[in-house]
Design a protein around this ligand. Structure first.
Ligand code: SF4
Length: 177
């Protein structure tokens, strides 16, 4: 059983915007998100962090539901122009770094963790997909949408806010058991 007090003491030292503990049966999955990945995302089929490399919709759902518990976290970054994709994406690295630290804190008390985070993986200059396995499985966090999770639904259930204006709110889920 994870000691939340110990974990929360560590989380309080990180620049998180919000966090909360969830039960995975609260997650809403939508097959339609996979359709959007397939038809609208330029990263579809480009990395192991995205469909179809992450597996089928059923495999992804089962991977998440193999855990009863998870921690959702957000960080926020201010940009000068939210419509500038390059500037917005440049703030993602810091969120990924914080997500990794949170994962490590959770892992200190868990037998297993699994993380979903933001966007496609950009860890290697050229992804090994599909010719060879992922080179850095410990670093590679598939994006939440790749597993067909409706972020807005779980965020709303837990009072997690997405700040508007020129603020980017990044969201991750750390599953644990
Ligand atoms: S860590 Fe490298 S090989 Fe693995 S998904 Fe990311 S870019 Fe591809």
């Amino acid at each position: 059983m994870l000691n939340r007090e110990i974990l929360e003491a560590k989380l309080s030292e990180l620049p998180l915007l919000q966090y909360d503990f969830i039960k995975t049966d609260e997650l809403m999955f939508s097959d339609n998100i996979r359709y959007i990945c397939e038809t609208e995302c330029p990263m579809y089929g480009k990395t192991w962090a995205c469909p179809p490399g992450v597996g089928s919709i059923d495999e992804c759902r089962a991977r998440c539901l193999a855990f009863d518990d998870a921690l959702i976290i957000t960080t926020v970054a201010e940009v000068s122009d939210i419509s500038n994709i390059d500037e917005t994406l440049a703030t993602r690295g810091e969120h990924e770094k914080i997500t990794r630290i949170v994962r490590d804190y959770v892992a200190e008390q868990a037998s297993e963790t699994f993380v979903l985070s933001t966007e496609a993986c950009a860890h290697c200059s050229e992804c090994s997909y599909p010719d060879a396995p992922c080179r850095h499985k410990d670093y590679m966090f598939p994006c939440v949408e790749s597993h067909c999770i409706v972020v807005t639904d779980i965020a709303e259930k837990h009072g997690i806010d997405f700040i508007g204006g020129n603020f980017v709110t990044w969201f991750s889920i750390v599953f644990y058991k």
